[in-house]
Design a protein around this ligand. Structure first.
Ligand code: SAM
Length: 412
């Protein structure tokens, strides 16, 4: 239970945040924007969010272009903006997000005394993002809860890519003392809040206070409107009753993606993607069809590179691409005459059967790798939530793996 001084401290933080939200709304209005006065920003089941303080319909907010932080604005307002864009386009997968991250760092968005034009927006941004797996400390026990899963691979891949982006940014934002923690905060703020508007990544003050809902819960639509289609407008598609949370959609994403980018999961989300191990077929030098098989394999494997004869592949519920590779591997492993038609062999029922048996084996192997690690008895709140989130993402992986095993058994 929280002590009296903890309760006092959390009460004053809530009051401070309410004050910052009020300042943000005044700033929006002062600069020609609109925020519906009957929307309250406070804590609910999904954390801080926007709620109708009376029955609501129509326009929720309107922000003129000068209040939007687009990647174009970021590029234009930093001396190294154009160079950074060119490098980010060449070396990273998300140049728009890198530019917005650089902008937040450049404007000192995390600082309490930030004097940027956008400071009223920056002050309402969360200070801690511990529910995002990429923000867990390296040696934290939560990493053990996802060991062996596809989610673990995704977390590692994301950390690796962020490391590359950090190195890139450091070479441009050189004059600022940029730390990994500052970078991580700014980068995660951007990936959990940026909109895609007319192929531009964009931070939209106030609008990003709305949480995500499933398609049946979403009541808010947004887009660019106005004479030059440059005002950001949020509209309610229906009458929303007093007290209801106003929800937008961040897209129909599997739980692992929601967890990686936003730090939460849903009880019902689209099926997970899993990792399955694939063994490279052994081609014998004495095989009379060796040449044809090499050409055939190069075509089917689409230049994928194998390490020590094995490859971990991303597989969805349908597993079509994985089965295609398995069929080809079976064909390559079978003894053939010197002038055989390998493509035709792919249709052979015995090849299909063997491919399904291998699929079953790989899925069972992946299931065996998922562990159940409980962690220490005493946990902080964010650790409890993160562990529950991981458990849900892993349950989704298990569900896909089990359905692959069941399907392979049924069809083989
Ligand atoms: C765009 S912000 C939404 C506003 C945010 N709650 C805030 O206080 O600033 C996205 C973040 O909100 C939280 N969030 C959004 N939708 C959620 C949901 N359905 N369940 C739990 N958390 C959610 C996550 O922390 C996510 O990273």
């Amino acid at each position: 239970m929280a002590s009296c001084s903890e309760r006092k401290q959390s009460g004053s933080l809530v009051a401070k945040m309410a004050e910052f939200v009020e300042l943000l709304e005044s700033w929006v209005r002062e600069h020609g924007g609109f925020v519906h006065p009957a929307v309250g920003i406070h804590k609910g089941d999904r954390g801080r969010g926007a709620f109708a303080s009376k029955d609501l319909a129509g326009e929720l907010c309107r922000l003129p272009p000068k209040l939007l932080i687009s990647e174009k604005l970021a590029e234009g307002s930093m001396a190294f903006g154009h160079e950074l864009r060119m490098a980010a386009e060449e070396f990273t997968a998300a140049p728009g997000l890198v530019l917005l991250t650089a902008f937040l760092l450049h404007e000192g968005a995390a600082g309490a005394h930030c004097n940027s034009f956008y400071a009223p927006y920056f002050h309402v941004l969360p200070k801690k993002l511990s529910s995002l797996p990429v923000c867990w400390p390296d040696d934290h026990w939560l990493h053990s809860t996802i060991k062996g899963s596809h989610l673990e691979r995704q977390v590692r891949a994301k950390r690796h890519n962020l490391g590359l982006e950090f190195a890139l940014l450091k070479s441009y934002v050189g004059k600022l003392p940029l730390t990994w923690e500052d970078f991580l905060w700014a980068r995660c703020i951007v990936s959990s809040r940026a909109y895609s508007l007319q192929s531009q990544r964009c931070l939209v003050p106030w609008a990003d206070l709305l949480n995500h809902g499933t398609s049946s819960e979403v009541c808010v639509r947004y887009g660019l409107e106005g004479e030059t289609a440059s005002d950001f407008v949020m509209n309610l598609g229906q009458l929303v009753p007093q007290g209801a949370e106003l929800l937008q959609s961040y897209g129909d994403k599997p739980n692992a993606t929601l967890l990686l980018d936003y730090g939460f999961v849903l009880p019902q989300a689209p099926p997970a993607v899993v990792s399955l191990a694939f063994q490279l077929p052994q081609l014998l030098e004495t095989d009379p069809a060796l040449k044809e098989k090499k050409v055939f394999w190069t075509r089917v494997s689409k230049g994928r590179s194998f390490r020590k004869g094995e490859l971990l592949l991303e597989v969805d519920e349908a597993a079509e691409a994985f089965l295609e590779l398995l069929r080809a591997a079976v064909v390559c492993g079978q003894p053939q005459g010197s002038s055989c038609d390998l493509e035709e062999k792919l249709q052979d029922p015995s090849v299909e059967m063997e491919a399904l048996i291998r699929l079953q084996h790989s899925a069972q192997q992946a299931l065996g790798k998922l562990c159940e690690f409980e962690g220490p008895e005493v946990k902080e709140d964010w650790e409890v939530v993160s562990q529950q989130n991981c458990a849900q993402a892993l349950a989704d992986e298990r569900c896909v793996l089990q359905s692959l095993v069941a399907r392979a058994k049924r069809e083989s």
